[in-house]
Write a protein that binds this ligand. Sequence first.
Ligand code: UTP
Length: 274
Amino acid sequence: MLKKCLFPAAGYGTRFLPATKSMPKEMMPIVSKPLIEYGVEEALQAGMSDICIVTGRGKRSLEDHFDVNYELEHQISGTDKENLLSDIRSVIDQCSFSYTRQREMKGLGHAVLTGQTLIGDQPFGMVLADDLCINLGGPGVLAQMAQLYKQFRCSIVAVQEVPEDEVHKYGVISGQYISEDLIRVENMVEKPAKEDAPSNLAIIGRYILTPDIFDLIHDTQPGKGGEIQITDALMAQAQRGCVMAYKFKGERFDCGSIEGFIEATNYCYDNLYT
Ligand code: UTP
């Protein structure tokens, strides 16, 4: 039912300069796999095999990564290194990839609007690949959310409790608890000061969105620095009772920050690679 997954991947990744001067943040590896490949695997596990990526200048390596590399594959064919490419080969075989470029980096909302041409008029998943989510031995976070979508047929955002002094980095929600891990969203504030935060439940980089989000983002006024966020559009959906917040099962690492990236590397090395 949910076939498409959008990956906004056009951001500058300034927190990782100089590494991100000429390399996309999404290509930074956690151990030996780029962040975006973890995200695509998670989408695939949720049944979304149409991968729609919003890229920008200097992001060509994203497209190359999800393509064959004949010379390299020929070179290592028949050697014990061949199996190092088995995961990415399997991803390439199972997915279709389409790309569009965001010409000006005017924020996540603007990146989502840029992706509309790839998504069309259907509900879709969205992954911010710099948030790495791992649920050892269980379904991935997007698969958990796709399951909920079947029941509620509305937008769903993944949320996590964060310390009070970190709420200013996130969109923060509050609402009515439907069960222990599910909240019908009534209020949402983008990057609030801790005194103004409606709770400590922060939206992380996993979403299921219904396509009316595009028109709603269109109507959103640019905020700080001319950036267009998606919080206002989500809030408009929430006012109609159409946004659920889900406290997911699993670990999430903010790999857009250096501390999160190191934590993710250690966690994945210990749990996935040894
Ligand atoms: P971030 O807020 O992490 O921004 O974007 P950033 O530019 O990637 O990183 P910093 O803060 O400068 O270090 C969240 C997500 O939205 C995408 C990013 O690629 C990331 O996946 N994004 C952001 C876009 O695609 N376009 C934009 O204009 C902004």
